[in-house]
Design a protein around this ligand. Structure first.
Ligand SMILES: [Zn+2]
Length: 418
């Protein structure tokens, strides 16, 4: 069985050990400071001599170090089999901060809300605890938990870990049942929490520095609480503070006025949208009057058109879209054909966009939207497509040809020949 040095002293980041077994890139030592992946905590990384440790596993009570290449023993080495171990301290210390913070958060959840931690996970970007809470977890409860957990951090409470005898174990009130039957190790935050755990922890709550609850959401009949501790929590605060400062600058208000000013702007924006929609409706009705006034009756068909010239980005014709006109268009006579013709001279070469719609949407009628479009684009070398009810095409304008009048005349001729 590998001696787990990290359980005796989690601050030991460098030591010597002897090789017990080598199998290609798998190394087993007599003792190790490398914590293996378990209990929702990631494995330590680091070095065994100049080999990089990329993973650490717990297999049948042995700690297996997975290194980046097959291990070779140096020849003529007096201390054959002796290796130097060094873990990545920043990663380990971060794990210790997050992990001890998780114990503290679970203890506070139990004390204040009688909420039991069902599972926990320490992730790269955030940590989570899944808790069964016998109540609705609102913002007020979250604030209370966070404030209390942080007060326990400032109170500098010692954290210790030990292997109690079975008698001692029976006298301890554990937060949860042990997952193993023998060699049970407990971690105690004095006067606050006692729980079985084989992981790496800080020796005092003050080293957690900050505990920040990011959010809580309903999850499988429980609550999943996202949180960060230590350096990660500080970085999270800094990033969000920067965002808040930028927003306050945009709004030209002090930080604390950002929520109210944002709400006022949102309310104003909703009012303006309502006003714009009402104006669009009135403008569409005005435009429809003109369209109906210019309606042509050709044989059994009714031909309606709307011609728009777009000259600049601020052109008011862009304000009203075709869908606004269609939305306010009342019932048209049978066999109506509506053409939206848009001439865009903002970019050269100038282009003409044709949208043709037939009313009512009778798929059997011979004069379909696509039939009319095909006739025009083949004549003026355009491109486009669509269905019998709706077709859309684009024609490049060369030396003012074709003109809008030419397009209207072409359609009139098609309808006249029927
Ligand atoms: Zn633990």
């Amino acid at each position: 069985m590998t001696e787990r040095v990290y359980q005796q002293n989690s601050y030991n980041y460098e030591t010597e050990a002897k090789i017990v077994k080598i199998d290609n890139n798998r190394v087993i030592l007599d003792r190790t400071i490398f914590y293996p992946t378990s209990g929702g905590q990631s494995a330590d990384t680091g070095n065994i001599d100049n080999y990089r440790v990329i993973d650490v596993k717990n297999e049948d009570n042995e700690i297996v170090h997975i290194i980046d290449r097959p291990f070779k023993l140096p020849e003529n080495n007096e201390e054959l089999g002796k290796v130097h171990l060094k873990i990545d301290w920043e990663h380990r210390y971060d794990n210790m901060q997050q992990h001890t913070g998780q114990h503290l958060l679970s203890a506070v959840l139990l004390k204040l809300l009688h909420a039991e931690t069902v599972s926990s996970h320490l992730g790269t970007n955030y940590n989570t605890v899944d808790v069964s809470v016998p109540m609705e977890l609102n913002d007020e409860a979250i604030n209370k938990i966070e404030l209390y957990a942080n007060s326990l951090i400032y109170n500098r409470i010692p954290v210790k870990s030990y292997f109690p005898s079975s008698n001692e174990l029976n006298s301890l009130i554990l937060r949860r049942k042990p997952k193993v039957k023998e060699n049970i190790r407990v971690v105690e935050i004095e006067g606050t929490d006692i729980t079985p755990c084989g992981g790496t922890h800080l020796s005092n709550t003050v080293e957690i520095t900050i505990l920040k609850i990011i959010k809580a959401e309903k999850y499988k009949g429980m609550y999943r609480i996202y949180f960060l501790c230590g350096r990660k929590a500080s970085l999270h605060y800094l990033e969000n503070y920067r965002t808040l400062v930028q927003t306050a600058d945009f709004l030209s208000v002090p930080l604390k006025e950002v929520p109210l000013r944002t709400k006022n702007l949102m309310d104003k924006s909703i009012d303006q949208s309502k006003l714009i929609n009402s104006l669009k409706g009135k403008l569409a009705e005005f435009k429809i009057d003109t369209i109906l006034k210019n309606m042509l009756k050709i044989n059994t068909f009714y031909f309606l058109y709307d011609v728009n010239n777009i000259e600049s980005n601020n052109d008011e014709t862009l304000f009203l879209e075709q869908k606004d006109i269609l939305k306010h268009l009342k019932k048209l006579p049978a066999k109506s054909i509506l053409l939206f013709l848009e001439i865009n001279r903002k970019k050269l070469p100038a282009k003409m966009t044709l949208s043709i719609k037939t009313f009512p949407s009778n798929s059997n009628q011979k004069i379909s939207a696509l039939y009319i479009l095909d006739n025009i684009i083949s004549k003026y070398n355009g491109k486009g497509g669509g269905s019998k009810k709706y077709a859309r095409g684009i024609i490049t304008i060369k030396n003012d040809t074709p003109s809008p009048e030419m397009i209207l005349k072409t359609i009139e001729n098609i309808l006249r020949k029927q």
